[in-house]
Design a binder for this molecule. Structure first.
Ligand SMILES: Cc1cc2nc3c(=O)[nH]c(=O)nc-3n(C[C@H](O)[C@H](O)[C@H](O)COP(=O)(O)OP(=O)(O)OC[C@H]3O[C@@H](n4cnc5c(N)ncnc54)[C@H](O)[C@@H]3O)c2cc1C
Length: 385
């Protein structure tokens, strides 16, 4: 089994703190949140009290000034497999960085304190009913009205969509040029901004995934993130970090599926012996162990590159592709090893199986990851000329 060398003693101390906190404040409520289709607002505030939200934020906002990505990995590893709907990773490492790195000082002054305390939950809205992979085809439109932008459109499948107090919305700012997209902070309560259903899903039952509607929403100029025509480049820059934190979560769930399956097959008996002692089980577990170790090695390599600021879009696509595909294979094999019990909701493996299905789809599908990697190899249309 691979010995990961990415963490030092301080990280492990933090891991113990997170585990103890989650055992008290998160896991006992997981079943209720599944029923409700949403985690509680209180748990976000408690995470904020603990200092777990946007740890990179400056102290004047209540943050810790802690840039080290590995602390967010630990939150993902320790919470994700057991409470998959609490999307702290999305808040901290997908949307949070836009506020921390791209937003104006005035925007940070206004929004960051609530984001760090857990009062304001973050979401990002790119996908629309007619387009997801093809981001350049979005139809949501922002028109410059002089003293404000007028936003119209519909977004869907938005994580944290019901609870979010602040949504970063991608909208076209020039109907003639598909790549001219702006990013706009839309605050809860802004007239014309409404939410649709909390969408029912295959898995991730406690995650609030929603449709969002923007009907003549007046967005103040002060809420534009960066260049209103340069949002595309900003999103592309941030996607590497999004794919990396996602990969950590995928591997953590796969690792946990492997662990509970090992326990299960040692205890469950058939034909007079533990099923784990059949050669088939042993070989399956051995193959999975090897895939998990390869996945962690790739994740940790990419984390080191990210810490050095050199993680490329292609490597981020590779790690997202590989970790999500490994996760898919592992949860499937693990469920099989559980037999009929694996199909029962009360067995955790059935939930991992359902929760894991999204990993190959969101944050860019496996097909889009292959496109990015392939283009990096010079194998796109331009190579034909
Ligand atoms: C639970 C959940 C949470 C989500 N959270 C968010 C969120 O917070 N914010 C947000 O903006 N979005 C979110 N999404 C949307 C998600 O990112 C998109 O669903 C995803 O990018 C795929 O887009 P699509 O659904 O439109 O599929 P499509 O783009 O229609 O793709 C359908 C199929 O066609 C394939 N395909 C598309 N283009 C190509 C191509 N060029 N080559 C080969 N195959 C291709 C795809 O790989 C896929 O298999 C979420 C989705 C889900 C289900």
């Amino acid at each position: 089994m691979l010995k990961r060398r990415i963490y030092d003693d301080e990280h492990e101390m933090f891991r113990r703190t997170v585990r103890a906190w989650a055992e008290k404040e998160v896991f006992p409520f997981a079943e209720d949140w599944r029923e409700a289709g949403c985690v509680s607002r209180e748990v976000w505030k408690k995470a904020g009290d603990e200092g777990f939200l946007c740890m990179f934020a400056e102290e004047k906002y209540g943050g810790l000034g802690l840039q080290d990505f590995r602390y967010d990995m630990i939150l993902c590893e320790e919470i994700g497999p057991f409470e998959p709907g609490l999307f702290i990773g999305l808040h901290n490492r997908v949307v949070g960085p836009y506020l921390h790195k791209v937003a104006s000082v005035e925007q940070r002054d206004r929004f960051m304190p609530g984001v760090v305390s857990g009062e304001t939950i973050l979401a990002i809205a790119m996908t629309e009913p007619d387009t997801g992979s093809d981001l350049a085809a979005i139809r949501t439109r922002a028109v410059d009205m002089g003293d404000h932008w007028l936003l119209n459109g519909t977004k869907t499948f938005i994580s944290n969509g019901i609870l979010a107090g602040l949504v970063l919305v991608a909208a076209r700012t020039n109907p003639e040029a598909s790549h001219e997209v702006g990013l706009f902070w839309v605050e809860d309560g802004t007239p014309g901004f409404t939410r649709g259903r909390n969408l029912k899903k295959v898995g991730l039952e406690s995650q609030d995934t929603a449709e969002l509607f923007f009907d003549n929403v007046k967005v103040p100029k002060a809420n534009v993130l960066g260049d209103p025509r340069g949002g595309f480049r900003t999103m592309m820059t941030n996607l590497a970090e999004e794919r990396l934190i996602g990969s950590v979560g995928f591997m953590a769930r796969a690792e946990h599926a492997f662990k509970i399956t090992r326990d299960f097959i040692l205890q469950r008996r058939a034909f007079g012996r533990p099923i784990g002692t059949f050669q088939n089980s042993r070989f399956k577990m051995a193959s999975m162990r090897t895939e998990l170790d390869a996945g962690w090695a790739l994740v940790d390599h990419c984390v080191r590159e990210h810490l050095e600021g050199v993680l490329s879009a292609e490597m981020a696509a590779e790690v997202k592709l590989f970790s999500s595909e490994v996760e898919g294979r592992v949860v499937d094999e693990c469920l099989q090893l559980h037999g009929g019990a694996g199909y029962m909701d009360e067995y955790q493996i059935s939930r991992h199986y359902r929760d894991a299905r999204i990993s190959r789809i969101y944050a860019g599908t496996s097909e889009i990851m292959r496109e990015i990697i392939g283009r990096g190899l010079g194998l796109d249309e331009r190579a034909q000329r």
